[in-house]
Unconditional design. Structure first.
Length: 75
């Protein structure tokens, strides 16, 4: 059975060791972003499906099962 006193001592040692490690990290100021950076490369919208995509996919896919492409698992 674990000793409560021993667990407490080990926990305090862990916290103290972590605190010593943090002393070596330089302090920096907070970072604030002026702009909303949700998506800066394209406008947010639902992807448009090109006409005939399903038919082309069915021609090149190895196998189909219940509307899903079946392929070998990559290793």
């Amino acid at each position: 059975m674990l000793d409560e006193k021993k667990i407490r001592e080990q926990g305090i040692k862990l916290i103290e060791e972590f605190s010593r490690m943090l002393k070596g990290i330089p302090e920096t100021g907070e970072t604030h972003y002026v702009v909303d950076l949700r998506n800066v490369t394209r406008e947010d919208r639902r992807a448009a499906r090109k006409k005939g995509f399903d038919e082309k996919m069915k021609k090149i896919a190895p196998r189909w099962d219940g509307g899903y492409v079946v392929a070998e698992k990559a290793t």
